[in-house]
Design a protein around this ligand. Sequence first.
Ligand SMILES: Cc1cc2nc3c(=O)[nH]c(=O)nc-3n(C[C@H](O)[C@H](O)[C@H](O)COP(=O)(O)OP(=O)(O)OC[C@H]3O[C@@H](n4cnc5c(N)ncnc54)[C@H](O)[C@@H]3O)c2cc1C
Length: 453
Amino acid sequence: MVSEHPQQGRCRGVSGDPARLVPARLVPARIVIVGGGPAGLYAAELLAAALPGRAVVTLYDAMPSPGRKFLLAGRGGLNLTHSEPLERFVTRYAPQQDWLTPMVQACPPQALRDWAAGLGIETFVGTSGRVFPTDFKAAPLMRAWLRRLRALGVQMMVRHRWTGFAPAPAPAPAPNGLTGVTFQAPDGPVTVQADAVLLALGGGSWARLGSDGAWMPLLEQAGVAVRPLRPANCGFLRVWTPDFAARFAGTPLKAIAVRTCGDDGTLTPWRKGEAVVSADGLEGSVIYAVSRLLRQQLEQAGAARLHLDLLPDRPAGAVTAAVCRPRGSRSWSTHLKKELGLDGVKLALLRDCTGPDLWADPRRVAAALKDLAVDLSGPRPIDEAISTAGGVCRDALTDDLQLKALPGVFCAGEMLDWEAPTGGYLLTGCYATARRAADGIERFLYPLSQCSA
Ligand SMILES: Cc1cc2nc3c(=O)[nH]c(=O)nc-3n(C[C@H](O)[C@H](O)[C@H](O)COP(=O)(O)OP(=O)(O)OC[C@H]3O[C@@H](n4cnc5c(N)ncnc54)[C@H](O)[C@@H]3O)c2cc1C
């Protein structure tokens, strides 16, 4: 193994008060950030800006360039954050709301909009309350961000895959007991010494963009408690009849509402939106919105039930009245099309999820249109998910997001054990945890600012 950054001499002094023996750094602290997603990039920016001349910030990423998932998010318009009131905003992090709330309060949606504006990227609030860059693109923001990081002196080392920690080379162990950070680089393994490390390695979906979750066993071996990564904001599997799958895979289900069993065991309020029929299940934004609850049902009971309202804009009474009108010789599909404007995919879905006896009773048809039970057999593969749940457990971290088992090592972003729906909450959570970890690193390196060189 070679040392990429030879160990510099460490000069350590103390303040006058022996009760406050605090190191005074005479050389800049070495901060190693691993992971060039939004969490790592934001922490790098904050630290480089906060500690000019007092820290050398180097960011490592396994991929040939940073921010690949962030750039992919740009394909969907880059929903940076959300404009709803903060009290409501923080509820989106349930069941980890109490953990995330102070971090989001310290890094609220408006701060992200201001930050983007500072990079020359104006944002706007869409009709849904979601916040996007005015051009719906991630690439211009990323270019401006990387320019800012370069100007702040952040060094970028790509194609460096983090492989763990190594014993510190004698005779100058890192002052905080940290042992060195190891990478697989293009020319072979390298070890770098660091005074503080931030891991911002992402979750476990879209592995081809770098976030492969391969860090999990490395941290587990180091004694860090982690929860398995599971798909979040994901589609679900359902066995359709072959005819339905063949005819309707890829067809949107517009103007529907969904609900399912909530955390308290009662059904959640109906939520309107759109979904898409896939060859083997359902996906789309309204499905993602209830995906945490569906996944939990599957984890606990091996089965999950989604309720669909196929006509959410019509009251149940009106639907019953329409369905019960004399049908004459008309087929059910013609009747429902004429009376309720029901389209082909909704009618076929109704047929696919009910038995033939339903059609003998118009009142049951009406009830099923307003509350169709769709049983799901599992989530779609984790690699397809928008985000992942699980990761580094809250109990494994201090309030500053420092790993209790590895002093000097901090974590941020999606690799922490929190989840949130789509709507800008994911990126906001990544920025907010990055801010907390960056503040924690600053406090760790410079516990008393008057003692810093
Ligand atoms: C299709 C899609 C659309 C999305 N759209 C939105 C959206 O509009 N709004 C929103 O809020 N969220 C969105 N998200 C989610 C959001 O992109 C993620 O939550 C966010 O990128 C996570 O940031 P992160 O910094 O924690 O990790 P990541 O962005 O995943 O970055 C982790 C980085 O760590 C690197 N890395 C991993 N392992 C190693 C290793 N061993 N060594 C070195 N480097 C390593 C990776 O290469 C990667 O660059 C979307 C996600 C997807 C998949």
